[in-house]
Design a binder for this molecule. Structure first.
Ligand SMILES: [Zn+2]
Length: 273
């Protein structure tokens, strides 16, 4: 997946109102409209609501409380606040604020994805060490199971493997009684009766199956592949970022896919183990 990103968009998220109020040019109840809007400075994500300064058609401020919205710079270089809903819906799709909002959010999503990817790539060495440990433990378990199989003999093993594959965990024995007797005409005959008896159940025998180990090994190598892929993307982005001083537009491979692969592989591995 590719996404074209405007690298001139700088992400700056304010988490307290005092940080915004300290900005030179910030004014309270400073009306913003498509006419005086200049550019976005950042977004805010606050625990308390702040009033939205969008100028409505009736020349009054929107005044609705928002916890999430944008910090905007106006034509006179003063600074104001506009709630996310208003930035999205009250400015029509062709307005600059609406377009800037979309660009900003795309860039923010991209950077957050990259940040998570970086954090995961940092853990690569320790994660791969764990993978190696699991491989070693697995080989040991497999050796023990093979020794156990030899002791149990082929017939019992076939039966246990079939229990593991079919999930029919009930263990039963069939007793056969053969009774010989002579009928009225003096002929010798046999009466054969069978009786099935349930001994109990045996569950979780899947550890006996070789394919289970293949699955885990397969997943282990997938985790390594996903880390390699994530690291490559992370390095590419870092290289591209250093080249960006000359270029305004650039197409980057979206880190989300690599992130998804990595998380997905780790999760499916955990499920198998
Ligand atoms: Zn509003």
């Amino acid at each position: 997946m590719h996404e074209t990103l405007d690298r001139t968009v700088e992400i700056r998220t304010f988490n307290t109102i005092s940080e915004i109020e300290a900005l030179p040019g910030f004014k309270k109840e400073n009306p913003v409209s498509p006419k005086n809007y200049k550019h976005l400075l950042g977004d805010y994500f606050l625990s308390d609501e702040v009033k939205c300064c969008l100028l409505k058609d009736n020349d009054k401020l929107c005044n609705e409380g928002h916890k999430w919205g944008f910090v905007a710079v106006l034509a006179d270089n003063s600074i104001t606040l506009v709630g996310n809903d208003c930035a999205q819906t009250k400015f029509n799709g062709e307005s600059r604020l609406s377009a800037d909002r979309t660009k900003y959010l795309n860039q923010k999503k991209h950077e957050e994805g990259l940040e998570r990817l970086r954090a995961l790539v940092e853990q690569k060495d320790s994660a791969l060490k764990e993978v190696l440990q699991v491989r070693t433990d697995l080989a040991m378990v497999q050796r023990r199971v093979h020794a156990m199989r030899e002791k149990l003999g082929p017939q019992t093993m076939r039966h246990l493997e079939s229990i593991a594959r079919t999930g029919a965990y009930v263990l039963s024995v069939t007793g056969v009684t053969i009774k010989e007797y002579t009928d009225k005409k003096g002929k010798k005959k046999t009466d054969r009766r069978t009786q099935r008896m349930t001994l109990g159940t045996i569950a979780n025998t899947s550890f006996l199956l070789d394919e289970k180990y293949r699955d885990v090994l397969h997943n282990l190598s997938d985790v390594k592949k996903a880390y390699d892929e994530a690291e490559k993307i992370e390095q590419n982005v870092t290289t591209l970022n250093s080249m960006l001083s000359q270029k305004r537009w650039i197409s980057l491979s979206w880190p989300k896919q690599a992130l998804f692969n990595l998380l997905n592989k780790s999760e499916s591995l955990r499920a198998v183990i």
